[in-house]
Design a protein around this ligand. Structure first.
Ligand code: APR
Length: 338
């Protein structure tokens, strides 16, 4: 098609057409071509969100390139058009609309997310420096754990406006909670709408009051005991997978991350639970914590404040205090990030 256009309108015009076609696509870079990163690229390609760049360290260049090539060859069958690049050169992320950061070590059995902090702060700091240099207009979605500390590290390192740094944890935790609720009811997972706040996993603030099944409050369909069992399983969901596989989950974390990327790229104004910067909201005082946000082209366009009862407020305060402790550890260990 472009070839025949070329013969009619000349090379220069056809290049302009090509460029305009190319430029009409969004660009998503994924840092870390491991389990979570490669799966993010997979979901993003399947949803045809745009061109994709998969970045890893020079030692893994073959892996990043190989996964990019393998994924690109799904295009004809899965019906997506996208340029998919595997690289270790951060210059390739230039012009990204969204950068998803999955670089870092995952948990092994017996480890908590917090055990990853020292290694992953160093990795996320160096990755963030590269993003600030090469994709200064992007919105960054952090996935590496411990999430709340990684979002802080990326913010401090890049100096990006707070609306353009956001962490993925809530989308995953909510998806797990919705899955377990649907299994208990025996209904479609699509019909379960839920909200959770606070930190990732153990620190989550469950909100059964804000959970419904196609408009029916979940409290009318399941006993308190069953809802609590679903909350507990969602809290420990990451650990359950680590125990089974010997490494951390990747399908659902990647799916949650791409859900956020899609909201930003398509300016959908979705309301999703994300780790977002809160100052006066919920009395947080300048930290990134899990709250419901409006996600659109402007990144985190709004933090939504909902009413919490006494018990929920107590859990939220506990969660915020854990985020402060984690950030305190980052500041003590890496004074340049204070
Ligand atoms: N730049 C780019 N990639 C990097 C860098 C860096 N500076 N440092 C490490 N990586 C890459 C690794 O080489 C590896 O390929 O990050 C990738 C991580 O992949 P996995 O080891 O498969 O880990 P994964 O399961 O994907 O988890 C990554 O996401 O959900 C979180 O807790 C999880 O912190 C972990 C992160």
């Amino acid at each position: 098609m472009l070839g025949s256009l070329e013969s009619h309108v000349g090379t220069h015009t056809s290049l302009a057409i090509r460029k305009s076609i190319h430029m009409s696509r969004a660009k998503i870079s994924v840092i870390g071509a491991g389990n979570v990163g490669a799966t993010c690229a997979h979901w993003a390609a399947a949803k045809e969100l745009g061109d994709i760049v998969l970045v890893d360290i020079p030692d893994k260049i073959g892996v990043a390139q190989g996964k990019a090539l393998d994924l690109a060859c799904c295009g004809p069958t899965e019906r997506f058009d996208a340029t998919i690049t595997g690289t270790c050169d951060y210059a390739d992320v230039a012009g990204s609309d969204v950068v998803i950061v999955t670089a870092g070590i995952p948990r092994k059995p017996g480890m908590s997310r917090d055990d990853l902090i020292a290694t992953n702060v160093k990795i996320v700091r160096s990755v963030s420096e590269q993003i600030a240099t090469h994709a200064p207009d992007s919105t960054i979605i952090l996935v590496s754990n411990p999430l709340d500390a990684m979002v802080y590290t990326a913010w401090k390192t890049t100096g990006f406006a707070t609306n353009r740094i956001v962490g993925q944890a809530g989308c995953l935790d909510v998806a797990r909670f919705r899955t377990f609720i649907a299994w208990e009811i025996g209904c479609s997972v699509e019909d379960v709408v839920a909200l959770l706040m606070g930190g990732h996993g153990d620190d989550m603030v469950p909100l059964p009051r804000y959970t419904s099944v196609h408009g029916i409050p979940v409290t009318q369909l399941l006993s308190e005991e069953t809802i609590n069992a679903c909350v507990d399983r969602a809290k420990a969901g990451g650990g359950e997978v680590v125990k089974l596989m010997g490494t951390s989950a990747y399908y659902a974390p990647a799916s949650g991350s791409v859900q956020m990327a899609e909201a930003i790229i398509k300016d959908k104004k979705r309301i999703l639970p994300c780790a977002a910067y809160c100052d006066s909201q919920y009395g947080v005082g300048g930290y990134f914590v899990g709250v419901p946000c409006v996600l659109g082209a402007g990144g985190v366009e709004k933090v939504i404040e909902i009413d919490l009862n006494e018990a929920e407020t107590a859990l939220m305060d506990e969660s915020i205090s854990h985020v402060k402790d984690l950030v305190g550890t980052v500041r003590e260990t890496f004074p340049d990030l204070a």
